[in-house]
Design a binder for this molecule. Structure first.
Ligand code: HEC
Ligand code: HEC
Length: 313
């Protein structure tokens, strides 16, 4: 009887250990395409938001702070100035002639690349850096790429003020809400049409030159920003990807006639603009450390993931 009992215990133990060994700890994802992280955040949003359809686009206005001089109102006001007149007010950190408004229209509350709700969306996994980004990391991403400059120290007053401002324009947006006006400049690289540079140049001369200049130098950071050349964004910027520039242009340009270009026309003129010289991003070798670099990254063939043979060829 003892032997039988011992047998049962042994069998039970064997089954138990086998079952346990099947429950492996969650492994690191092997692919980190942008799509998979987007799916993950979409899933997160659905779980945490009860009704995503009713998000209203109604950011608080700067006028509402007029006459207020408490510390947080003052911080928000300074933050607004840094976002709206970046290369003038933050010239120590900005390496070109742009302001955040040059791409995030109306200091982030306009139609083009709205930043309304952005502080409710971070922290977020960033596949290009291979790590989770806080809102400060993301702001600094635009400083070193879009602004061709240097990172703001995390404990600087300037960084605190920019976070104050972005949090102010995000008021009322629930944490992890599925924000319908967010990330509108994305499209699948595979869906990009074949581009025609000569046609792109024609469109540029007809529809863009008045505000962005014959040499791409522009007429002003918030009226017609530098679009190529030494005063524009560098080749590590999101806007330097053909897919992002195409969608941005199709949705937001020419100012006053937004949405008038077909996707083919937007892609042609984007390709023409991106074929011109612009500053190089010094940190390129560290991008996409886990592979998965999109094929429309301008320096796709040079970056680490490809050098190491991890990325798609
Ligand atoms: C040359 C264009 C350009 C400039 C200038 C620029 N950005 Fe961006 N920024 C982008 C693009 C492109 C994205 C990607 C999201 C998108 O497509 O809307 C982005 C994304 C962001 C995000 C994350 C948005 C989100 O919903 O995930 C933040 C925050 C941000 N920028 C802040 C700034 C700040 C602050 C400045 C000024 C210091 C700035 N950006 C200047 C092009 C630009
Ligand atoms: C009436 C003036 C005007 C015209 C015409 C115009 N833009 Fe713009 N562009 C702007 C302004 C102003 C911004 C800043 C963002 C905003 O306010 O929407 C901008 C921003 C941009 C940016 C991002 C910032 C940068 O420096 O790269 C791109 C790219 C761009 N425009 C491309 C184009 C293209 C391509 C055309 C022609 C199809 C065009 N624009 C026509 C005024 C204009």
């Amino acid at each position: 009887m003892k032997k039988i009992l011992f047998g049962f215990v042994l069998i039970f133990l064997l089954i138990f250990t086998a079952a346990c060994s099947e429950t492996k700890p969650p492994s690191e994802p092997t692919t980190n395409q942008e799509s998979s992280s987007t799916e993950q955040s979409a899933a997160l949003s659905k779980e945490n938001t009860s009704d995503t359809q009713t998000l209203a686009y109604n950011p608080p206005k700067m006028e509402d702070l007029e006459g207020k001089d408490d510390p947080i109102s003052e911080s928000i006001k300074r933050g607004y100035t840094y976002v709206n007149e970046s290369y003038v007010t933050l010239d120590e950190y900005v390496g070109n002639n742009l302001s955040c408004t040059s791409c995030h229209a109306g200091a982030g509350v306009g139609e083009a690349s709205s930043l309304v709700g952005v502080t409710a969306a971070f922290p977020e996994y960033n596949p290009r850096a291979g790590k989770v980004f806080t809102i400060e990391d993301r702001i600094n991403g635009c400083f070193v790429r879009s602004m061709n400059g240097n990172m703001l120290p995390l404990d600087s007053q300037e960084m605190r003020d920019m976070v104050s401002y972005l949090t102010y324009i995000s008021e009322g947006i629930p944490v992890r809400a599925d924000i319908p006006w967010r990330k509108q400049n994305k499209m699948q690289v595979a869906d990009l049409p074949k581009t025609d540079l000569a046609n792109g140049e024609e469109i540029y001369k007809q529809s863009c030159i008045a505000c962005h200049g014959a040499d791409g130098e522009g007429i002003g950071a918030n009226t017609g920003p530098a679009i190529w050349g030494e005063h524009s964004f560098n080749d590590g910027a999101g806007m330097a990807r053909l897919s992002t520039a195409t969608m941005f242009i199709q949705r937001n340009m020419p100012v006053g006639q937004e949405g008038s270009l077909t996707q083919q026309q937007a892609a042609d003129v984007a390709a023409f603009i991106l074929s011109q010289d612009r500053p190089k991003f010094p940190g390129r070798a560290n991008d996409w450390p886990k592979g998965g670099a999109p094929k429309d990254s301008p320096y796709y063939n040079e970056i680490k993931s490809v050098i190491d043979g991890i990325g798609e060829k």
